[in-house]
Design a protein around this ligand. Sequence first.
Ligand code: GRF
Length: 201
Amino acid sequence: MTNPRLAVLASGRGSNFEAIQNAIKKGWCHAEIKLLITDNPKAGAIQIAQSNRIPVEIVNREDFTAREYMDEKIKQLLDSYRIDLVILAGYMRIISSKKLLNSYAGRILNIHPSLLPKFKGSMHAQADAFDAGEKISGATVHYVTADVDGGGIVLQQEIDISQCKSAVEAAQLILTQVEHELYYKAINLALDMLKAEGKIK
Ligand code: GRF
């Protein structure tokens, strides 16, 4: 039996990507990351991929006349690597192509550092929660749809941020104590669901 095939899309340092890869290595997640796609040639995620011998494809917005074409390229890559589940992990672009969203409906996950629907669509959700004086925040893994951060929730986990002295501290706490623990569990659930539906073996 072969493991489900994952692709990660990341734009930055890639700590969620690394946490998922570590969970796979530990046998906590029965899948294989077959591809990293990044829009940022300087992303830290590239080094993580290279040290794990994961192929990297750079899909740079500058190389496309329209966002639609960029998403089309991403779809071609996902198809050619026969990807079962797509993992957005700090991917700083909105996927807007209907073709990509429809072809991979129910097969694209994102992590958002808030208790959705709180701070939906925010690029700095942890700071928003801190500034709003929230005592409890957390992270949410959800399906990606045309409604940004509005797709069905797979898993959500809370954490007490009331002792944090700054938004940066709150973000770090959410990242290390919640996000890195939550994402691989959500991947397991999403894969189980796809298997139950007969969409992957
Ligand atoms: C995380 O906080 C994630 O929730 C958000 O972007 C950040 C990515 O961090 N979408 P990293 O690149 O995984 O370290």
